[in-house]
Ligand binder design. Structure first.
Ligand code: S3P
Length: 172
């Protein structure tokens, strides 16, 4: 069976819903960020600090290339994975793309911890520390990429299990 690929902004629940969906479907689960962290022995924020975003994006693309070619896998991407059109093409070629969404208040609460999300932290710093504005401006930029999904699920009011059940219904 084709893969199920979860895309969407930071804090939309790609990892928690992805794990639950993999259980529902009897698929393997993979989180691209975690794969990078395990392979390179450092956290994503550390990688950004030491080598910069471009280096991280190359590592991310390597992971997409490998995992997009697998089968029966729920793939949780990073919030910026879809900025690269080749990543989208690879993931689409062998998977159903599902975009998870939530409103800005929910995303703000879920991404509160600073230092964990370097792209959001950097944008907030550019905007005088306003994390809400930072989230909105990144979403505005990325919306056309997120719109390439085959379907969208709002996770604001749903538990990971409820999202997983929806996804399983859609996939089957
Ligand atoms: C990023 C999102 C992060 C991670 C990296 C960059 C982004 O993943 O890949 O910090 O550009 O939106 P999550 O969406 O899992 O937080």
């Amino acid at each position: 069976m084709k893969n199920v690929v979860l895309i969407g902004f930071m804090g939309t629940g790609k990892s928690s819903c992805g794990k639950a969906a993999a259980q529902q479907l009897g698929y393997r689960f993979v989180d691209l960020d975690k794969e990078i962290e395990d392979k390179y022995g450092m956290t994503i924020p550390e990688m950004f600090r030491k080598y910069g975003e471009a280096y991280f994006r190359e590592r991310e693309k390597e992971m997409v290339r490998y995992w997009a070619a697998q089968k029966n896998t729920v793939i949780s991407t990073g919030g910026g994975t879809v900025k690269d059109a080749e990543n989208v093409a690879m993931l689409k070629a062998n998977g159903k793309i599902v975009c998870l969404t939530a409103d800005v208040d929910t995303l703000l609460a879920r991404t509160e911890r600073q230092g964990k999300r370097p792209v959001l932290d950097a944008r907030a710093a550019e905007l005088g520390g306003d994390r809400r504005k930072a989230i909105q401006s990144l979403i505005d930029e990325r919306q056309p990429m997120y719109d390439q999904a085959d379907c969208t699920v709002d996770t604001g009011e749903l538990s990971p299990l409820q999202v997983a059940v929806k996804l399983a219904e859609y996939i089957r």
